[in-house]
Design a binder for this molecule. Structure first.
Ligand code: SF4
Length: 271
């Protein structure tokens, strides 16, 4: 089935997340992963009238003029952009959507041709072709559980966890910088699990960022939810320190002096 298309007036934008020189692009409207945390990108797109319903959000549309826009905008970013993040508002390697992956790869090649690295984040599978591009590119997956029952309930269209993790491991094995966003991490009244099981599944990565679940009233119904997140953050932070992995997010700012932290603690991505 061919995907529907939209056209846009601009593509690349400077983002407040990720420090100076961080840019991002959204080359697809919607996301078939249909996360039910809920998805912040979906909430925003619905609020601003870009999508009418969850069902419409789950039918992604490619930005037909994404490459033309990038070609026009990239010359101005040379020397200014530290990297381009793909993406805050969709999934770059949308599971079982080769059209999205193909457009992402074209965009990555184009951005890299301006000596600008790309950071990708996915709940799909990182394709091998992406790993053959610039060595300065970075690759991330979002992973908040390793329980497949959680995935089918809350992230119904995403790649199964073993496939998702295997893609990131291939990037690691090629010496590429790899990160994991453990966000939005669920409290026990949404899902009972041991955070160490999730951490141990990705013990090969360079950097882990932990963030709480927002925009969901159920979180605050859990007695002591703040203390829960604090404890979980300390556990993740200390585990990362013991494994030589950079850590950002909850409790990162309290890390004892000398412990390795990510360069952008607390800079958590939403998609
Ligand atoms: S993968 Fe990201 S963008 Fe897609 S539905 Fe889930 S949270 Fe939203």
């Amino acid at each position: 089935m061919t995907m529907d298309m939209v056209t846009r007036k601009s593509l690349l934008y400077r983002t407040g997340i990720g420090g100076t020189g961080a840019y991002a692009a959204t080359h697809v409207v919607g996301c078939s992963h249909g996360c039910r945390f809920p998805c912040y990108a979906f909430l925003m797109m619905q609020r601003f009238g870009k999508v009418a319903s969850y069902e419409e959000w789950c039918q992604p549309r490619l930005v037909a003029n994404a490459l033309q826009l990038a070609q026009k905008e990239l010359p101005r970013l040379r020397g200014k952009a530290r990297y381009v993040h793909l993406s805050f508002a969709t999934d770059t390697f949308m599971y079982q959507h080769p059209e999205v992956t193909a457009l992402t790869l074209q965009l990555m090649r184009l951005i890299n041709s301006y000596d600008i690295p790309v950071h990708t984040l996915t709940k799909g599978v990182i394709p091998d072709e992406a790993l053959q591009l610039s060595h300065h590119n970075q690759f991330g997956i979002t992973l908040v559980s390793v329980d497949e029952d959680f995935r089918t309930r809350y992230e119904p269209g995403t790649a199964p966890y073993p496939e998702r993790i295997a893609g990131l491991r291939r990037a690691h094995d090629l010496g590429l910088h790899c990160f994991v966003n453990m966000e939005p991490y669920p409290p026990p009244n949404i899902w009972q699990q041991d955070v160490l099981r999730v951490l141990e599944a990705v013990d090969f990565v360079d950097e882990i960022r932990l963030g709480q679940l927002n925009y969901n009233d159920t979180v605050k119904q859990y007695p002591g939810w703040r203390a829960f997140y604090r404890r979980t953050g300390v556990t993740a932070r200390d585990w990362c320190a013991a494994h030589g992995i950079g850590y950002g997010g909850i409790a990162a700012a309290d890390a004892p002096r000398g412990r390795r932290r990510t360069s952008d603690p607390g800079d958590l991505f939403s998609a």
